[in-house]
Write a protein that binds this ligand. Structure first.
Ligand SMILES: Cc1cc2nc3c(=O)[nH]c(=O)nc-3n(C[C@H](O)[C@H](O)[C@H](O)COP(=O)(O)OP(=O)(O)OC[C@H]3O[C@@H](n4cnc5c(N)ncnc54)[C@H](O)[C@@H]3O)c2cc1C
Length: 405
């Protein structure tokens, strides 16, 4: 049994989901496939995985009609960010009011994002969602890509999009290399209950072993933590009893939110920086973690992926309107040129931060503390950093541009 599509997206995660929604109602017949069954949200418990969502990503959710579904579930606005060096006096604060915005970002559970995107994509008749399905083989011919599924079905596509994460099978099938630098760190994530209200403030302490972030959830006394630490320390933290872990957390973070306790399980993720040599080949395009991975300290990974998805949707729709071949390198390189430079900057910046704050040398420590203090005092520079991190600047795809507000 063979089904013909214009576009097959492998990976129905957050980035694949947004890409599908951006193509919803358009001129293409699209299939989106995933090996995993759609995750149910175990409300009222918080998902251990959350993402800091930029204002640009929020604008994209709104533009594709998925924002209301997230609001209906659970979102948490961030009104202030505080970042400090635990080994010094350096500190920087960002405030939404200074930017003339109601908030700087949103903390949203990954399962909420995914559920709202899936709900939206199911409303489009040109999108077919196949899950769970397993791929047995991907083959590339001169004028199409062919995906054989283990259940015997075959999908044929003019364009195959890899939205299948850091270990992308689509990237492998296209023989695209993605050199990765193991950061020898792991991020531990967990939901934490705090004695004092978080006040919609995202806090991040740079410890010598890596950054520790407290991200505010919709309940004033709950935060999601992302504790990135050198591998040996992370393994030690994961092996601890809950009580020992909370003690270590309290010592590392201090008293800003009063007494802390765990409100769920811990999970650890190894960290690597990577950037695929190419984002496209004939009949192939890569988006999200399939194309690049960054350190979570800046909360940018999936936000970059959403911008990839919006840029690719824009390039494909415009090529189709000019009757150009959407699987041709000529068209796909427009997407690559648009996104690769921007993503590479973030791969380098987050790698640089990890090095700068991991350095034990007293000279470097003094320099970074002075840098934080000076930047904190320089309103125009702060404004620039904030606009960039919120995704309000840069070469944005139309879907990410906000209506004047
Ligand atoms: C601890 C941590 C915290 C983070 N915090 C943030 C943050 O605050 N903000 C932010 O912007 N980013 C953050 N990130 C990064 C973010 O999580 C990733 O960038 C994002 O999940 C990438 O999404 P994706 O859809 O590209 O890939 P994935 O989330 O990896 O999804 C890939 C999908 O493809 C499917 N798939 C894989 N292989 C196949 C196959 N062969 N066939 C079919 N389906 C397949 C999978 O089942 C999955 O659904 C964080 C990362 C970590 C580790």
């Amino acid at each position: 049994m063979q089904a013909n599509y214009d576009i097959v997206i492998v990976g129905g995660g957050m980035v694949g989901g947004l890409l599908a929604c951006a193509l919803g109602g358009g001129p293409f017949k699209v299939a989106i496939i995933d090996q995993a069954a759609a995750r149910a949200i175990a409300a009222p418990d918080y998902d251990t995985r959350v993402s800091a969502i930029s204002l640009a990503s929020q604008a994209m959710f709104e533009a594709v009609g998925a924002w209301a579904g997230m609001q209906r579930r659970r979102i948490s606005p961030v009104r202030e960010m505080q970042v400090w060096d635990a080994a010094g006096t350096g500190r920087i604060e960002f405030n939404a009011a200074d930017m003339g915005e109601p908030c700087l970002a949103y903390i949203i559970e990954n399962s909420v994002i995914q559920a709202a995107l899936l709900e939206r994509l199911h409303q489009h008749t040109n999108l077919h969602h196949l899950c769970p399905v397993e791929i047995s083989e991907i083959t590339l011919a001169d004028d199409h890509a062919r995906i054989a599924l283990k259940d015997g079905r075959t999908l044929r596509a003019r364009l195959l999009v890899g939205a299948d994460g850091a270990q992308s099978a689509v990237r492998r099938a296209a023989h695209i290399e993605a050199p990765a630098r193991d950061l020898r760190q792991q991020s531990i994530v967990a939901t934490v209950k705090c004695e004092r209200p978080h006040g919609a403030i995202a806090r991040q302490a740079f410890l010598s072993t890596g950054p520790l972030a407290f991200l505010p959830l919709d309940d004033a006394h709950h935060c999601s933590i992302v504790w990135s630490a050198d591998t040996a320390r992370a393994q030690e933290l994961m092996a601890m009893t809950d009580q020992d872990f909370v003690e270590a957390l309290q010592t590392a973070f201090g008293d800003a939110l009063g007494a802390l306790s765990l409100a769920g399980n811990r999970a650890a993720f190894p960290l690597a920086l990577s950037d695929a040599r190419h984002y496209c080949a004939e009949h192939i395009a890569l988006v999200g973690d399939a194309a690049h991975t960054v350190h979570p300290l800046a909360g940018q990974g999936v936000n970059l992926g959403f911008l990839d998805a919006a840029a690719l949707a824009d390039v494909l729709t415009s090529a189709q309107s000019k009757q150009q071949d959407i699987g041709s390198l000529r068209v796909l390189r427009r997407y690559e040129r648009w996104r690769k430079g921007e993503n590479l900057v973030m791969v380098s910046v987050t790698g640089g931060f990890r090095y700068l704050f991991g350095a034990a040398s007293p000279g470097l420590r003094q320099a970074r503390n002075l840098g934080l203090t000076l930047t904190n005092a320089a309103a125009p520079i702060k404004h620039l950093i904030m606009r960039r991190a919120s995704g309000l600047d840069g070469d944005l795809p139309p879907l990410a541009r906000r209506a004047a507000h």
